[in-house]
Ligand binder design. Sequence first.
Ligand SMILES: [Zn+2]
Length: 262
Amino acid sequence: MAGFKTHISFSTTLGIGYACGAYAFFDMPWTSCVIAGGLCSVSGMLPDLDSGSGRPIRESMGFAAAVIPMMCLEWFEAVDMPRELMIVSAVGLYLLIRFGLASAITKYTVHRGMFHSVPAAVLAALVVLLLSGGQHTRVDIRLFKAGGVLIGYVSHLMLDELWSLEWRYGLLRRKKSFGTAMKLWGKSLWGNLSVYGKLAAAAMLVGNDTTLLPPSTPARSTTRQSAAPDSGGPDSRPSGDMHREQVEPRQPMADHSPRNFR
Ligand SMILES: [Zn+2]
């Protein structure tokens, strides 16, 4: 199998390309590019959390314990959490991830189990999509970060499958491990139920997350609502400056065609 250095080098290279491409061609903020590229890099070692080897667990759990509490800050603010409670919650999350989650993974997982699977890669991306912001974060930026996780995770699975092939006597042959990384389900019923159950729960949370709705929906309804009172007289007009700038230039034209209501 590919080693730790191979995985992290490959996913880091992909992360740099992903971040630079988004910055150059899609006008993503550079800070979001750094985070998405970093997530891609770290995700390249996530599947090997089940290996029992110390380094992937230590590095990725340390990164997750530091980053996840910060990603939750917007959610803390959304429920008007007091500042001191935010700090206590962030510290609690750090300890829970750094020690509780790390030891649970070591104890309850087997190498090349469902951590090495496509649904686990999608689950990791959905978790980041949910955690990476609330109503104040652009949806495309949240998708961009989740995409970084998906690319990094899948890059690991692909490398593992490539390393499961070998040349012998001039022929390309499969090793025993072939097909155990890029898979949809594994041999353990409990492992399959666990991953697909979590995936279904995450998908349901994403489906019910109103902060992921396209921004055009509320904006359009607001414009329509504000356009109707205009015809009733000046007193009924909303007082916002932006609204005046949009509406007043059109009044001399006396054009009531539908495009005024867009
Ligand atoms: Zn692996």
